[in-house]
Design a protein around this ligand. Sequence first.
Ligand SMILES: CC(C)(COP(=O)(O)OP(=O)(O)OC[C@H]1O[C@@H](n2cnc3c(N)ncnc32)[C@H](O)[C@@H]1OP(=O)(O)O)[C@@H](O)C(=O)NCCC(=O)NCCS
Length: 173
Amino acid sequence: MPHRIKVRSAEAGDAEAIHALLQPQADQRVILPRSLDDIFQHLQEFLVAEYDGRVAGAAALHVYTSTLAEIRSLVVDDSARHHGVGTLLVEGCEKWAAGLGISRLFALTYVTGFFLRQGYEEVSKETFPHKIWTVCVHCAKFADCDEVAVQKSLAEGPVKPMRLIPLIETEEK
Ligand SMILES: CC(C)(COP(=O)(O)OP(=O)(O)OC[C@H]1O[C@@H](n2cnc3c(N)ncnc32)[C@H](O)[C@@H]1OP(=O)(O)O)[C@@H](O)C(=O)NCCC(=O)NCCS
C-alpha cells in the first residue's frame, strides 16, 4: 500500500514528538540542540511531516530579514527516510517562505547533495548577515564550523506560495 505523507504546521501537541526527533541528531552534532522550552517558544516556526499518520519529520523556518530566512532543525526519523519526506518538508518551507514574501532561503548543512538536488547552490557563509550566527555561538563547533551553506532564490524558482488564508476578514459595521 502506498505511504501517506502530510506536511502541516506544528501544533502544541507536536512539541514533544519534535523534541524526540531532534535530540538524537543533536547528540550526534548533526543539528543544533533545542530544548523542549525552545521548541514551545518557537512553535510557530515549525512544520511537521506525518508519515502514515505519525509525526516522522520536522523543519523550522526562521526569518531574519524581509528577504532572508533559514531552514533549521530539519530531521526525518530513521524509519521514514528515503521516501521523500525530507524533500516535502523543504518544499513546505519554501512555499511558506514564499507566502511570507521571503525571496531567499538558506540552510547550514552536512547533507549538501540533498539540497543541491532541490535547486540549492553552495555559497560562502560570509554572504549572510552577522545575525545568523547568534544561535551558532552556542554550538561546540562554532570556532571551527564545517557545515556548508546552501541557498535558493525563491523569486526566480517555480515555487508556488502557500496560500495564506485570512484568519479574520470582516467589514466595519
Ligand atoms: C536529510 C534528511 C532530512 C533527509 O530526509 P529524507 O526523508 O530521507 O529525505 P528524502 O527521502 O526526501 O530524500 C533522501 C534521499 O532519498 C531519495 N528518495 C526520495 N524518495 C525516494 C523513494 N520513494 N525511494 C527511494 N529513494 C527516495 C532522494 O532522492 C534522496 O536522495 P539524496 O539524499 O541522494 O538526495 C534526513 O536524512 C535526516 O534527518 N538527516 C539527519 C539530519 C540532517 O542532516 N538534517 C539536515 C539539516 S540542514
